[in-house]
Design a protein around this ligand. Structure first.
Ligand SMILES: Cc1cc2nc3c(=O)[nH]c(=O)nc-3n(C[C@H](O)[C@H](O)[C@H](O)COP(=O)(O)OP(=O)(O)OC[C@H]3O[C@@H](n4cnc5c(N)ncnc54)[C@H](O)[C@@H]3O)c2cc1C
Length: 584
């Protein structure tokens, strides 16, 4: 640390924390970010980087229709209590402002994803795209030496050990060998990657959440935010009930650092903190998480709770659980560390896959959102945990399955490790995964009979635009349905995990942390997954954690630093405003 006093101290260097720090610095505040790990970016850096902000101005610019009233109507049907939540109102009212601020004042550049439907697209108020923004691709060379500080994406989502693939490139890569255009595009991507690897430890064309984290890191540097990694906050300090700094352990030395305007907790929430997490998820869900673990770090929620703050009300039912779910398969990386593969968008909705339970029967429309897939598992945990994703050779080659990429020349390692079950017959596969043979074969036969016509009368795969969007648009008549008939057959076990826990510190609409009696603790803010989510455990669409993370990171810093008019070029940073006040 260059100083023992700052205006704003942010704990945690993910999307929420870095947004807060950049906003504060833009307003003229001296901002310090304390990050527990040795890398910047947290779960944000391994995420899809989708950012949900209804009726944002980028949509309007792109000619995509949306209204806040429509978003409100949509959310009302999915999010418990959202009509009475002042934070939800603030999110809707200020989302556009936050995005505009970042766009104009930082290197965080976003664009609307034209086609990415909300997750319940048939509900009134849903949109087929544009509510979700994505970061523009980022050239990591702009980070210079800081590139080494940026957390890497999940290795399983990289090609050739270091090449990121954008959402737009995926379908093109799948067509390689079928069209000269796809061949040419792929050749260009590979050549670019090869050149990049001559100079860097991985590809420097960043997309998705890694591009978002990189853009935030670059912005923080440009704005003079001080970032300290390997910094463990031991305690948040108060004076007369107001937060005025933290105790931080850096290299074994505990130092007091003062914060004149506020401390903002943004440590990514409770995913890996079993003591609090268990109050918010059903026991059957277990403790797997796809979020990044920060080892022994105490979460911002714990740090804030010591000051008597209010936490989310416990809730462990399936319908009121406070988690965003994703089915994951488990495996061991080369370094022998246990890891999970989140089955978010790459396989479940593609044509030629079904999921079966312990009875060898289907139990869910496999193409629904990852959140809904796990909710179906949790409704019948005895039978559906684990569930098995089933496909055939043709599917595996074309789409991959879990950590297995498409076009894998050999699956020997995955089979030997037990990750992938394989058999030349359906009967053999049923035996390998321990489900009743007759029931399993009958399930596949029944599915195949209708799948020949592109139909799934039992569960309706491909019934809405969200499912079809995640299917294979080249596969007709139904992008989500094809028979499973080309031996060998394959299976991977999936279990529930969280992408984030929606429970945390209770805040008001300014992201101020509240005490048990509802009063705000002066100088203490929470954002990102440390904050009790405005979505209350619902998952309405892509980007509903990063959207609020950016917006409330911005809101927290704005409140801490005092009001400014972000549109006005005459706006003064709060520091100079204060100085002037003192002079007058
Ligand atoms: C595979 C995957 C894909 C996803 N895709 C999307 C998506 O497309 N859109 C979306 O909205 N959401 C997505 N999510 C969820 C989303 O990534 C997270 O909800 C979001 O990144 C949380 O942001 P955050 O700033 O709260 O926390 P993080 O990004 O996790 O950052 C928290 C930081 O705080 C640090 N920290 C922890 N404890 C301490 C401490 N005591 N002191 C100091 N630092 C500490 C952590 O090391 C970390 O760097 C995805 C999640 C996963 C796993």
């Amino acid at each position: 640390m260059k100083s023992d006093a700052y205006d704003v101290i942010v704990i945690g260097a993910g999307a929420a924390g870095l947004t807060a720090a950049c906003t504060a610095a833009t307003l003229g505040a001296r901002a310090l970010v304390l990050e527990y790990t040795d890398r910047i970016g947290g779960t944000t850096a391994i995420s899809g980087g989708m950012i949900w902000v209804p009726a944002n101005y980028k949509m309007r610019e792109a000619g995509l229709p949306d209204e806040l009233d429509a978003a409100r109507m949509y959310l009302r049907q999915l999010v418990r209590g959202c009509d009475n939540d002042s934070r939800m109102m603030a999110f809707l009212a200020r989302g556009d402002e936050a995005i505009r601020f970042l766009d104009q004042r930082t290197s965080v550049k976003l664009r609307p994803v034209r086609r990415y439907p909300d997750y319940y697209p048939d509900l009134p108020g849903a949109t087929p795209g544009g509510r979700v923004l994505e970061p523009l691709p980022f050239d990591a060379r702009e980070l210079g030496r800081d590139f080494a500080l940026l957390r890497d994406p999940l290795p399983e989502f990289l090609l050739f050990g270091g090449m990121m693939v954008s959402r737009d490139d995926l379908p093109v890569l799948r067509r390689v060998g079928q069209s000269p255009k796809a061949m040419w595009h792929t050749a260009k991507l590979l050549a670019r990657y090869a050149l990049q690897r001559l100079r860097a430890h991985r590809g420097t064309s960043l997309v998705l959440g890694n591009a978002l984290a990189a853009r935030l890191l670059k912005s923080a540097r440009e704005l003079g935010v001080e970032i300290v990694v390997n910094a463990s906050v031991v305690r948040i300090d108060t004076d007369n009930g107001a937060v005025n700094g933290v105790q931080v352990d850096v290299d074994g030395r505990v130092a007091s650092v003062r914060a004149h305007r506020g401390v903002i907790v943004a440590t990514g929430g409770l995913s890996h903190h079993a003591d609090l997490r268990r109050d918010y998820v059903p026991a059957a869900a277990g403790d797997l998480s796809a979020a990044v673990s920060s080892g022994a770090a105490r979460s911002g929620v714990h740090l804030a709770h010591e000051l008597g703050t209010q936490l989310s009300r416990p809730s462990c039912g399936i319908d009121d659980a406070l988690a965003w779910w994703v089915p994951v398969s488990q495996f061991e990386r080369k370094d022998h560390r246990r890891a999970v593969f989140p089955h978010v968008v790459t396989d479940r909705a593609k044509p030629g896959l079904i999921a079966v339970n312990r009875q060898g029967r289907r139990f869910v429309n496999e193409a629904v959102s990852y959140h809904e897939f796990v909710r179906a598992q949790l409704r019948d945990p005895q039978q559906a945990i684990p569930a098995w994703l089933i496909c055939d050779r043709k599917f595996l080659w074309k789409y991959g399955l879990g950590r297995l990429h498409p076009f894998a020349l050999s699956v020997r390692r995955e089979v030997e490790e037990g990750y992938l079950k394989q058999s030349r017959t359906l009967e053999g596969l049923a035996t390998a995964i321990g489900v009743p043979v007759d029931a399993f074969c009958s399930t596949v036969r029944t599915f195949n009979a209708a799948a020949e016509r592109g139909e799934d009368p039992e569960f309706g795969r491909g019934a809405d635009i969200y499912q079809r969007h995640l299917g294979d648009s080249d596969h007709l008549p139904n992008p989500c349905v094809a028979p499973i008939e080309h031996a060998p057959f394959y299976a991977v076990a999936v279990r529930p995990a969280d992408l984030g826990i929606a429970a945390g510190v209770v805040t008001d609409e300014h992201a101020r942390v509240l005490r048990g009696d509802g009063s705000a603790i002066r100088g203490l803010y929470a954002c990102g997954n440390d904050m009790h989510s405005i979505m209350n455990g619902a998952y309405p669409g892509p980007g509903i954690t990063l959207g609020p993370a950016l917006v409330f990171g911005y809101v927290a810093a704005q409140h801490a630093c005092g009001p400014i008019n972000s549109e006005s070029s005459t706006a003064k940073p709060w520091t100079s405003v204060l100085e002037e006040r003192q002079l007058s």
